[in-house]
Design a protein around this ligand. Structure first.
Ligand code: DAH
Length: 350
């Protein structure tokens, strides 16, 4: 086969190959194979030197035309493929504004705080103020000023985390009592306060104990406050939180800061008093401690205990949440497991 025919065949087959190239990679490979230094066309051109002198200009011209033609075709094809790739990319990156947006999960109020807020709403409705206290207090405020002297055995039950010799993480919200009572101006009306917050004890953690938990302290002081006021208030509270058909029971008890003292039980939400595993077969569940504020506590806060009297109570919202929702381990509340926490929705939260 002579060179001219070879060139024509190469031109023919190359045109088909260019046409059939689908990707930029393919066309680039083809360009190198045809027009590169070691390419097919270059190889054929090297054979020019073997031609008759008379043939060279003719074949040379043809070879140049073929090279120019192929170069142009390859460039065109490249542009076409580049445009195609760009179009596809644009198509993929088009924003479809009719698609729904990405859903972000909204947070929700922690179940303990839901119970606390429910209590706050209730007591605000009964004319109470909310005052929160410091979590780091002197042992003097945490104990002495609520009538628990240095060597009182009650201190053993409330071992805590000391910051130094005199300051500790409060073991009870009762530690807010002294300053709140002391600061109250009785010419402005009765003292009615609740104080919710965190407390700490060096308990070993188990299903019903955690080294950190919550309390809500209630304090009412005025002239002629009696045990009947305390009982009425706690009965309203219990029924509001646990349901109107719950019964409330008061048992005599002992706390250093109240005299007399009571512990308050509500009839078991699960068995309605018949006895079950949750109420340890007693039919009742203890929810709080309370009593008439000890005269010593009033006097230490410069309140005349012959003129004024009051009641106080301390209730655990963690305990309440466990009872309300049948949660059997207090530690669930503090592990931050979304699968657990997201089950408790408050009104208005989804
Ligand atoms: N501070 C007590 C405790 O942590 C609870 C308590 C009992 C608070 C009786 C009171 C009260 O105000 O009157 O165990």
């Amino acid at each position: 086969m002579d060179l001219k025919t070879k060139l024509e065949e190469l031109a023919e087959s190359s045109m088909t190959a260019i046409k059939n190239s689908d990707t930029l990679d393919e066309i680039e490979t083809l360009r190198v194979q045809l027009l590169g230094k070691k390419g097919a066309l270059t190889d054929l051109l090297k054979m020019m030197k073997d031609l008759e002198a008379s043939e060279r200009p003719v074949v040379g011209k043809l070879a140049n035309e073929i090279r120019d033609d192929l170069t142009e075709r390859i460039t065109d094809k490249k542009e076409e493929l580049e445009q195609q790739a760009l179009n596809e990319q644009l198509k993929e990156e088009t924003i479809d504004v009719t698609l729904p947006g990405r859903q972000y999960k909204k947070g929700q109020t922690h179940v303990i705080h839901q119970v606390m807020e429910e209590m706050e709403d209730l007591f605000l409705g009964m004319g109470y103020k909310i005052i929160s206290g410091s979590e780091i207090v002197s042992d003097y405020l945490n104990f002495e000023r609520v009538n628990v002297p240095q060597d009182h055995p009650a201190r053993d039950m409330q071992d805590s985390f000391y910051i130094n010799d005199h300051y500790l993480l409060r073991t009870q919200t009762s530690a807010v009592q002294p300053l709140i009572i002391e600061a109250h101006d009785f010419s402005q009306g009765p003292l009615k306060v609740i104080s919710p917050g965190k407390v700490y004890r060096r308990d070993s953690d188990d299903a019903t104990h955690s080294h950190q938990f919550h309390q809500i302290e209630g304090i009412v002081v005025d002239e002629n406050i009696t045990m009947a006021d305390l009982m009425g208030t706690l009965e309203v509270m219990s029924k509001e939180i646990f349901g109107a058909d719950r019964r409330v029971r008061f048992r005599p008890s002992y706390f250093p800061f109240t005299e007399p003292s009571v512990e308050v039980d509500v009839s078991c939400f699960n068995c309605d008093g018949a006895g079950c595993r949750i109420c340890k077969h007693s039919g009742w569940i203890e929810i709080l401690g309370a009593g008439m504020i000890h005269p010593n506590v009033l006097e230490m806060s410069h309140v005349d205990s012959t003129k004024y009297s009051g009641f106080a109570f301390g209730v655990g919202p963690d305990r309440m949440a466990m009872l309300k929702y049948g949660v059997d381990d207090i530690r669930h509340f503090f592990l931050n497991d979304q699968r657990f926490l997201s089950q408790f929705h408050q009104k208005g939260e989804e």
